[in-house]
Design a protein around this ligand. Structure first.
Ligand code: HEM
Length: 482
């Protein structure tokens, strides 16, 4: 017996093929309330897309601890070997809109939500260990530069490179995006990184600085520009298709979680700023420590409900995991919840994909779309005479020592922008260096010469051979940028 059609209020719908009209030829009658409800709902079906990372694909999975790191963190999800935690992972491209093609040269988002017994931990990372910026004040500018031009409504190579090359600290990230890794073959074939420095707090309340790495077990696979072009010509949803099909077929992708751990005191003595998002920590100084692995094994049932309405927020951390002085991370702690209150509403944590799997007791009440009973008759204030939902002082972090005057500090003073991009360049095989030259020259082709020269000047300081390789393809002589 098929189920019967009703209105949203549960009342039977008698007519879903013909609208009600006065006479055979119309006009239509306002009393056809099912028609009004159907159109009114349809008119509101689109919610704002994420400002960046609008196009994405996601799946559920399981994280399993394989190594003991309890000396560094008291987070319960890492408490014992074999412990499993449900996760939800959303991958994304960054600059394209919700309907953009997947196989574009771009960073990929790599956002992981761990549904732990102590609340949700969101590690909202990318497939690159660094980023273009080290000051969050520039983030809206970055996005305005890489998205559409206000007049032409076209993506603009000129705007993009004008901005990138005005920020010498961006060279490390640009080098990765223009390398062979700039177009991953699929979301299953790339690593993930928390990128920022975070903190671990252990049972003795000692703090460590930590970076998170997700190492892809499928191996790295990338597309060349021409492969990507051909692919987009026949399939704009290649990443979505790949992830969906592989999980539906029982071919579950896996990543190994590794961490780099730095004792708290080291930060003061290093030659570089360990909270600078444009730099990596050398692996020889801070080797990768294996922690566990996750596999993705279940596709969402409903894309809108679970993927479009998913809200990942770097502010969501659990006891034993904390933030760091990284300015970029600090900026993100505000921006995500704020964006989600606008995009999804003030009660977005109640949407099932976002809801914690453990009890959540806050004094937040009311607000649009409060559909969970609103804590019924429980008290809405604290302190109260019932000792209801008291703060949990045992989870307070140790104090963090800071120094210096409050100011708008110039992060460009005494800075080294070039040694890490130069080292990355020298690490590449000759074949990969050639790809880097070709991809960069190709992207720079239609850009004004002054901007091309600005980029070559930066590359030259990283490694003269880096600049030469690109300059040759652009027919620019060394004397023009040195
Ligand atoms: C999405 C802001 C830097 C990774 C977003 C969103 C905002 C935002 C507002 C949309 C959130 C939503 O509507 O749900 C910022 C700001 C940044 C910054 C202000 C710097 C100051 C970064 C960095 C990374 C990153 C450094 C990676 C290391 C992501 C990812 C998403 C995202 C993966 C998509 C999350 C999802 O799948 O829903 N960002 N972002 N962002 N951002 Fe950032």
């Amino acid at each position: 017996m098929p189920k019967k059609l009703t209105t949203a209020a549960g009342c039977p719908v008698a007519h879903n093929q013909n609208v009600a009209t006065a006479g055979k030829r119309g006009p239509q009658l306002l009393q056809d309330v099912w028609f009004l409800e159907k159109l009114a709902h349809f008119d509101r079906e689109v919610i704002p897309e994420r400002r960046m990372h609008a196009k994405g694909s996601a799946a559920y999975g399981t994280f399993t601890v394989t190594h003991d790191i309890s000396q560094y963190t008291k987070a319960k999800l890492f408490a014992e070997i074999g412990k499993k935690t449900e996760i939800f992972v959303r991958f994304s491209t960054v600059a394209g809109e919700r309907g953009a093609a997947d196989a574009e040269r771009d960073i990929r988002g790599f956002a992981v939500k761990f549904y732990t017994e102590q609340g949700n931990w969101d590690l909202v990372g990318n497939n690159t260990p660094v980023f273009f910026l080290r000051d969050p004040l520039k983030f809206p500018d970055l996005n305005h530069a890489v998205k559409r031009d206000p007049r032409t409504n076209l993506r603009s190579g000129k705007n993009n490179w004008d901005f990138w090359t005005s920020l010498p600290e961006a060279l490390h990230q640009i080098t990765i995006v223009m390398s062979d890794r700039g177009i991953p073959a699929s979301y299953r074939h790339m690593h993930g990184f928390g990128s920022h420095t975070f903190s671990f707090i252990n049972h003795d309340n000692q703090r460590f600085w930590v970076k998170f790495h997700f190492i892809c077990q499928q191996g790295i696979k990338n597309l060349s520009n021409s492969e990507a072009e051909a692919l987009i010509g026949r399939d704009r949803e290649s990443h979505q298709q790949d992830l969906l099909t592989s999980i539906d077929n029982g071919d579950f992708p896996k990543w190994t979680l590794k961490v780099q751990v730095m004792p708290e005191a080291d930060a003061a003595t290093l030659a570089y700023n360990p909270f600078d998002l444009t730099k990596v920590w050398p692996h020889k100084d801070y080797p990768l420590i294996e922690v566990g692995e996750f596999e993705l094994n279940r596709n969402p049932e409903n894309y809108f409900a679970e993927v479009e309405q998913a809200a990942f927020n770097p502010a969501n951390v659990v006891p034993g995991i904390g933030f760091s002085p990284d300015k970029m991370l600090q900026g993100r702690l505000f921006s995500y919840g704020d964006a989600q209150r606008y995009r999804l509403g003030v009660n977005h944590q109640h949407i099932p994909v976002n809801a914690p799997r453990c009890p959540a007791h806050s004094y937040h009440r009311d607000g649009a779309m409060r559909v969970d009973g609103n804590f019924g008759s429980t008290l809405g204030y604290e302190p109260n005479d019932q000792a209801q939902w008291a703060e949990q002082a045992e989870f307070a972090e140790p104090p963090l020592a800071l120094d210096g005057d409050a100011d708008h500090w110039d992060h460009r003073e005494d800075e080294d922008y070039y040694s890490q991009p130069g080292a990355l360049f020298r690490l590449m095989s000759a074949e990969k260096q050639t790809l880097l030259f070709e991809n960069t020259a190709n992207d720079l082709a239609g850009v004004p010469k002054a901007i091309q020269l600005r980029h070559l000047t930066h590359c030259h300081q990283a490694d003269p051979a880096y600049a030469q390789g690109i300059a040759k393809l652009l027919n620019i002589s060394t004397s023009e940028y040195t």
